[in-house]
Design a protein around this ligand. Structure first.
Ligand code: AVI
Length: 325
């Protein structure tokens, strides 16, 4: 099988409007209002995220890329012969290109992303540039189980690539269940190549989520625009402001939208009120320690077999082997 240009999806599991309405209602009617961070990523949100990745203050992207570049040959060895590379939250796939260009044992590449348009554009470009690799885009929400069933088509090990410290956007409990699902998907022989943002000086973390240009603020506010577009709920974006801070106990950045006045929106015919000063929590971004991540991985059925950090220990790329069941 050789897919030339995937202008269509291999698998479409994108969330429908009903399930979006349900999860938004649940978040906005709870005592402490929340929104699932996956709703950042409509087409504009994905573009804004790409811009964040290029910001001077947002060190994770360039740091991870430099770790990957520096350790390519060791990574190639870990990945081994004949693999299907599955990437969760593929975004614009810049880091993947580095792997696809330098790891000849990759037979197929399966990018999984919730933002359909962004996914197809990236998958098309990758397919054009890597004619020898099957590119099988899946539009889906990776916070749920995804059954790929590629074992009959490929005689290859499965390896999940989960860069960008996106794991940090899950609560610790959900991060472990996500890692367990990955472990089930890759099987006894499989692996996981993962990027993790490490705990560091608070001023560095604060700047990364409060950039001077205000791109992160636009990204945060865009979640309300996305809800307006999909659910017609009538948020006035001028009535909310971006807030991001580090919680030293939970070791995570929290992003919120602060209501600047008393105001209401309508969700499916029901009013939802916001008090002046009340916030909607939109994202957690957990930061990791080498020792605590090792323990999380073990709980999920993985053994950390290689760790590559940058010189400042800002970021860690790790290769995990499945512990055979
Ligand atoms: C996608 N994720 C890992 C980013 C992060 O750093 O948690 C999303 C982000 N939020 C604000 N800036 C970037």
């Amino acid at each position: 099988m050789n897919v030339e240009a995937p202008s269509s999806l291999y698998l479409d599991l994108s969330p429908d409007t009903d399930s979006m309405m349900e999860s938004v209602r649940e978040g906005l009617t709870s005592d402490k209002k929340t929104l699932p961070s996956k709703y950042f990523y409509d087409a504009r949100g994905s573009q804004l995220f790409d811009k964040i990745c290029e910001l001077e203050e947002y060190y994770p992207t360039r740091t991870e890329l430099s770790i990957l570049k520096k350790n390519l040959s060791a990574i190639r060895t870990r990945l081994g012969e004949s693999i299907v590379l599955i990437e969760y939250g593929s975004g614009s796939s810049t880091k993947t290109r580095l792997l696809l260009d330098n790891v000849p044992s990759i037979q197929a590449y399966v990018p999984i992303d919730i933002s359909r348009e962004h996914l197809l554009i990236a998958a098309d470009a990758i397919s054009r540039d890597h004619g020898h690799i099957d590119v099988l885009p899946v539009c889906g929400d990776y916070s749920h189980a995804i059954d790929l069933d590629l074992s009959t088509t490929y005689q290859a090990r499965s390896c999940v690539f989960f860069p960008g410290s996106t794991l940090g956007n899950f609560s610790r409990e959900h991060a472990i269940s996500f890692l367990r699902r990955v472990r089930d998907m890759v099987g006894n022989e499989g692996g996981l190549l993962i990027g993790l943002d490490l705990v560091k000086d608070v001023s560095v973390l604060h700047a990364a989520y409060n950039d001077a240009e205000g791109i992160t603020a636009q990204f945060n506010l865009n979640i309300l625009q996305h809800l307006n577009d999909r659910l017609s709920c009538g948020f006035d974006l001028r009535g909310f402001e971006h807030r991001a801070f580090f919680d030293p106990v939970e070791e995570r950045i929290e992003m919120h939208l602060l209501s600047l006045r008393d105001q209401s929106i309508m969700l499916d015919g029901e009013p939802i009120h916001f008090l002046e000063g009340e916030t909607i929590q939109t994202e957690y971004s957990h930061k990791y320690r080498i020792s605590s991540f090792k323990e999380m991985a073990k709980q999920a059925g993985f053994e950390v077999s290689a760790i590559w950090n940058d010189d400042q220990d800002y970021f860690s790329v790790q290769y995990l082997n499945a512990i055979p069941a």
